[in-house]
Design a binder for this molecule. Structure first.
Ligand SMILES: CC(C)(COP(=O)(O)OP(=O)(O)OC[C@H]1O[C@@H](n2cnc3c(N)ncnc32)[C@H](O)[C@@H]1OP(=O)(O)O)[C@@H](O)C(=O)NCCC(=O)NCCS
Length: 315
């Protein structure tokens, strides 16, 4: 395959195809599960029926007319790229963002790569004695992400396709309320899925599980802190939310690093993503149902901006 040709046919920058070509090299890919097993697998991964139906309908069977040679090339090489970093825990782009409106194969290409990697990461989990319930709870974030992406009309996917490579490389574990990402610098990175209130009790229980989990399953790694990077840590939220709200109580656990605008996500975009699940609705058409929604809109209409902040606390 010629990278210029692939990039042209996919309608994406040639540098990004070249990156896939270089990182994947001729490393092994991984086969997709048999289509007959796919409905059960998708169900285990919490994929909702509407998303599952689309994924099954565009299954990359040999000979499927939906799967042109360049799409097959990208699926194969992207899977190899992610697989080559099994055990890695940094963010990793699996390949270029695709024009997803060109059809279900385009829309779900990185989902098929995820499904192809489930066996490999399950074996990695077994090598680390990760219990089955943790393994499946972690991998089932796929379904949640697809559901959110559907709500966001596809706007969520460019971030999600990189985020989900953490799950299939064994870089991240869901332990109760929080997801815990193995990290450098002695810190476990905390992530907060969209799964109900962030009560202090649920957070405490999840941290307690992590304190036991990592020394036991990753004894070669030494962690002394929890860290987090999020819009949830923006201290400006204290101007709007009560002291006993879950978000403010979560914030109080952390010592913040100085605000850095460069090389961090845009705070306004992240707040819109997680509070409204829309990046494009004008401010005056967004719902004002909760205290936070009203705060976000009023803050931005006053010409102010939200911050994506990083912080940590000792383990
Ligand atoms: C983190 C999260 C669970 C906190 O929710 P919570 O426990 O209800 O938080 P609080 O108790 O602090 O809520 C205070 C107020 O803000 C509202 N609120 C909190 N999170 C909200 C959200 N994502 N969207 C809309 N309103 C929200 C609450 O309803 C409450 O308002 P009310 O008193 O008018 O009902 C929630 O924001 C969420 O699910 N976020 C999505 C995931 C996320 O942002 N992850 C971090 C990515 S970097």
């Amino acid at each position: 395959m010629d990278v210029d040709d692939v990039a042209g046919r996919l309608g994406v920058p040639v540098e990004e195809v070249d990156r896939v070509h270089r990182l994947a090299g001729d490393r092994p890919s991984a086969p997709l599960p048999a289509r007959a097993d796919a409905p059960t697998l998708l169900d285990r991964l919490a994929v909702r029926p509407d998303d599952a139906a689309e994924i099954l309908a565009a299954w990359p069977d040999p000979g499927s007319p939906l799967w042109t040679p360049e799409l097959r090339w990208l699926l194969d090489r992207s899977t190899a790229l992610v697989r080559a970093d099994l055990g890695g825990h940094a963010w990793l782009a699996p390949g270029p963002a695709l024009p997803r409106d060109r059809g279900p194969a385009w829309r779900h290409l990185y989902v098929y790569a995820y499904l192809a990697l489930v066996d490999a990461v399950r074996a990695y989990h077994r090598d680390h004695d990760v219990p089955d319930d943790v393994s499946w709870a972690t991998l089932a974030d796929l379904g949640n992400n697809l559901a959110v992406d559907r709500r966001m009309n596809g706007d969520g996917w460019p971030v999600m396709q990189s985020w989900l490579t953490l799950h299939v490389r064994g870089g991240l574990y869901e332990l109760g309320r929080l997801q815990h990402q193995r990290g450098d610098g002695g810190a476990i990175g905390l992530h907060i899925p969209d799964s109900g209130p962030l009560t202090p009790e649920a957070v405490d229980a999840s941290l307690e599980r992590a304190r036991a989990f990592f020394p036991r399953h990753f004894p070669g790694e030494h962690y002394t802190a929890f860290s987090c990077g999020s819009w949830l840590l923006d201290p400006q939220l204290r101007e709007y939310l009560p002291e006993d709200s879950n978000i403010i109580r979560f914030q109080r656990r952390f010592t913040l690093e100085p605000h850095q605008e460069q090389d961090t996500p845009d705070g306004d975009v992240e707040v819109l993503r997680f509070v409204f699940r829309s990046l494009s609705t004008p401010l005056d058409r967004l719902p004002r149902r909760t205290a936070l929604q009203r705060a976000v809109i009023d803050h931005m209409r006053a010409g102010r901006h939200w911050q994506w902040r990083q912080g940590r606390f000792p383990m």
